[in-house]
Design a protein around this ligand. Structure first.
Ligand SMILES: Nc1ncnc2c1ncn2[C@@H]1O[C@H](COP(=O)(O)OP(=O)(O)OP(=O)(O)O)[C@@H](O)[C@H]1O
Length: 286
């Protein structure tokens, strides 16, 4: 978790009265969110509640329907080097010859596609980034040969390559086993602590990030709750959010949720993805 004194620093992200709607479907409305350096914020919500769309708004890819959004004092801009982005998992094509060091190099080169001219400082920078995510030994391995956990590690390195002030992670734990989940979360938290990077972490499950989270933003049915885990992850708070009885219990430092409406029949549910609220928990909170 971040140093409480970080609360006095200028916000990395300021969202005031943010509303995003597609046609008459309102994903979220009047959302206020201030993110300060070094904060770790988990973003939760069922499939289709608008988590990825919030990431896209922050990345400058999707304009807000109304409200004001600033990243370090400026409007969101595509390709901003202030933001690192770990997208939802997508495996590179098996035939892709790209090596780990090339992928990280692309992150450094930014939007200018193509592998930059090799030079010593660029090479050292790539190696420093890889070392920071414990992947220096993978530098010359083709990316498609990496395990899911190794690929995620490299994506995080790539996202951190511009030394961003805000790191957006869109479900970086999907399809990782428990060991890799722990490694990935603690790696992100380590980078957060070392660099003061604020983290917005989209996840379907709170438990793997519980020990690290400062606040939770929970989206549901066009509404939201934001606050500490103790404030948001309660039966009362989630029942009010969903408008139906939800039971939240803590067992051995883990949070189990029962009663969240099953959206599997909902037109917005993506059947191939993880269930919205698995009740299996992975890691004890401190
Ligand atoms: N450009 C768009 N035009 C119209 N509808 C969109 C657009 N982008 C997203 N949507 C819809 O907005 C809803 C929210 O999508 P989003 O991907 O933000 O949800 P999510 O909470 O990230 O879901 P998941 O957990 O399944 O990844 C979905 O129903 C999606 O189909």
């Amino acid at each position: 978790m971040s140093d409480p004194s970080a609360g006095v620093e200028e916000p990395v992200l300021q969202l005031d009265g943010g509303t995003l709607a597609f046609g008459d479907r309102v994903l979220w409305s009047e959302l206020d969110l201030t993110v300060r350096p070094g904060e770790f914020i988990a973003i939760l919500g069922a499939n289709g509640s608008g988590k990825s769309s919030l990431m896209k708004a922050i990345l400058g890819l999707t304009p807000l329907t109304s409200g004001r959004l600033e990243i370090a004092g400026s409007p969101p801009a595509r390709g901003s080097r202030l933001i690192g982005y770990v997208p939802q998992e997508r495996r590179l094509a098996p035939s892709s010859p790209i090596r780990v060091r090339d992928l990280v190099g692309l992150g450094i080169d930014g939007a200018s596609w193509g592998i930059g001219w090799p030079n010593r400082s660029r090479r050292l920078r790539i190696e420093r980034i890889l070392a920071s995510v414990g992947a220096l030994h993978l530098a010359d391995v083709p990316v498609h040969q990496l395990s899911g956990g190794e690929q995620q590690r490299i994506r995080i390195g790539q996202a951190l390559s511009t030394d961003p002030r805000l790191l957006l992670c869109d479900e970086p734990l999907l399809s990782l086993d428990l060991t890799h989940q722990r490694t990935v979360v603690s790696l992100i938290d380590h980078c957060r602590a070392e660099r003061g990077t604020a983290v917005l972490f989209v996840t379907h499950e709170i438990n793997p990030v519980l020990p690290y989270v400062d606040r939770v933003l929970y989206l549901a049915d066009g509404q939201f709750r934001i606050g500490t885990v103790a404030e948001v992850m309660t039966s009362e708070s989630l029942s009010a959010l969903y408008g139906s009885p939800i039971e939240v219990v803590r067992v051995g430092g883990r949070i189990l949720i029962a009663g969240v409406p099953d959206l599997s029949e909902d037109e917005h549910h993506h059947a191939t993805e993880a269930p919205p609220h698995p009740v299996v928990a992975h890691r004890a909170a401190p």
